[in-house]
Design a protein around this ligand. Structure first.
Ligand code: HEC
Ligand code: HEC
Length: 360
């Protein structure tokens, strides 16, 4: 166990180092980050679900994000040549990658090319207009579109909804309630650079993906102790020793040591005891919010109006609900969601997300 945990920390330091935009010695300044409104006064955010943002303290006015990296991010803590050795495998794949391949923003690793339609260039390598600073959609949203709790599951989204989000990011109508969250300004910069043809290719590709495997939900009044690495949580032990009452603990559903961004490995979430049933009642009865099913479909798998919600990351769902409430998400269709999200308490958002994430 001790060894496994040490490795988890090492692996995570590598991953979060990349995701958080850690600066290797040779790194040059990134492209300017887009401007976004300052954080709201922290008393207005007293009910902010910090866990859903992968943070521990409230944002303050004037806070900004550290720019993220680009290109191949060598980790100075690990021997350079070791990072170039094609020594990584995952079960069932005949491909081999080197550790540096997992930290290459412009080339998403593709363990199982037969399991998806051909990846458009923008998904595998990023938007051409960004040149050497291009970032592959699949680097963050994964090849199968399952995403990670810190970004967004994009598999199965209707093309029209997907394109509208890119437009909202581009026009400054969608950002994050936490201005320090580094990947949202990156997403905004991507939306500003992407061509219409690339956007359509990415939307059509991800609309066809399944995002598999589905998230595993465990309802429990205790969860393992967890710790933040970048904006992602990891368990520091397998024992469920911590009380779980008012939050969700979303974690990788597998061994970090063997992960290697294997698309067959997904996420799991511990949700508070009773939250799924409370969330079901809230989503269906519509009180105090309007029934979610009215716009998102009886099974919450989406209608023309509202995007699919079922089985998506509960951290992501809560973050979006809160972003509608604060107005950080203020796109053309946000007025349909804002009054609903505004009437939900953070506890109710958590319950609804536990329920929705548990749906097939
Ligand atoms: C740095 C990692 C990163 C990269 C690379 C990236 N995204 Fe994103 N993406 C994000 C984050 C973060 C969000 C929003 C999360 C939030 O609001 O909490 C997001 C959200 C989205 C959404 C909205 C999903 C929804 O359900 O509303 C779309 C669509 C999207 N991205 C498309 C793309 C496309 C297309 C590319 C490639 C051209 C791309 N992204 C590359 C991080 C990334
Ligand atoms: C009146 C119609 C309507 C109702 C009722 C409604 N929604 Fe929505 N919802 C929408 C629309 C439209 C969008 C897309 C907004 C946009 O494009 O920014 C959306 C987006 C969302 C998103 C963001 C999805 C993503 O991929 O980022 C979440 C989460 C969400 N709704 C949850 C809920 C929940 C939970 C309820 C019930 C409490 C609910 N909605 C009720 C219309 C509705």
């Amino acid at each position: 166990m001790q060894r496994a945990l040490t490795f988890v920390c090492l692996w995570l330091s590598v991953w979060t180092y990349v995701q958080a935009g850690g600066a290797p010695p040779h790194r040059q300044p990134d492209s300017p980050q887009p401007a976004h409104p300052p954080a709201m006064a922290s008393d207005a955010l007293a009910d902010m679900p910090l866990w859903a943002y992968g943070i521990t303290t409230l944002p303050q006015p004037g806070d900004t994000a550290e720019p993220q990296g680009w290109g191949r991010q060598f980790n100075p803590a690990i021997d350079h040549d070791e990072q170039l050795k094609p020594a990584l495998h995952v079960a069932g794949s005949s491909r081999t990658y080197a550790p540096i391949d997992l930290r290459d923003w412009a080339n998403a690793v593709d363990w199982f090319p037969d399991e998806h339609s051909p990846m458009p260039d923008v998904v595998q390598h990023g938007s051409a207009a960004l040149g050497e600073r291009r970032r592959a959609c699949a680097f963050c949203h994964r090849v199968n579109g399952g995403g990670r709790p810190e970004n967004a599951p994009v598999a199965g989204l209707p093309v029209e909804y997907f394109l509208r989000q890119l437009e909202d990011f581009r026009s400054g109508r969608r950002h994050s309630t936490d201005p320090r969250k580094p990947n949202v300004p990156t997403m905004i910069a991507i939306a500003q650079a992407i061509s219409p043809a690339e956007a359509l290719a990415a939307a059509e590709y991800y609309a066809k993906q399944s995002g598999a495997p589905r998230i595993r939900i465990i309802e429990s009044d205790r969860a393992p102790p967890i710790q933040l690495h970048g904006n992602l949580f990891v368990a520091t032990s397998n024992e469920r020793t911590e009380l779980l009452t008012d939050r969700i603990a979303e974690l990788l559903d597998g061994d970090h040591e063997q992960f290697n961004d294997n698309p067959h490995v997904g996420y799991m979430a511990y949700v508070p005891r009773g939250s799924i049933e409370r969330g079901r009642v809230l989503a269906a009865a519509g009180s105090p919010a309007q029934s979610c099913t009215a716009c998102h479909g009886a099974d919450l798998r989406g209608l023309a109006l509202g995007p699919p919600l079922a089985g998506r990351s509960p951290s992501y769902l809560v973050r979006q609900l809160y972003d509608f409430k604060t107005g950080a998400r203020d796109g053309s269709q946000a007025p349909l969601m804002k009054p609903i999200a505004s009437r939900l308490s953070t506890e109710q958002m958590t319950d609804i997300a536990a329920y929705i994430a548990s749906l097939p």
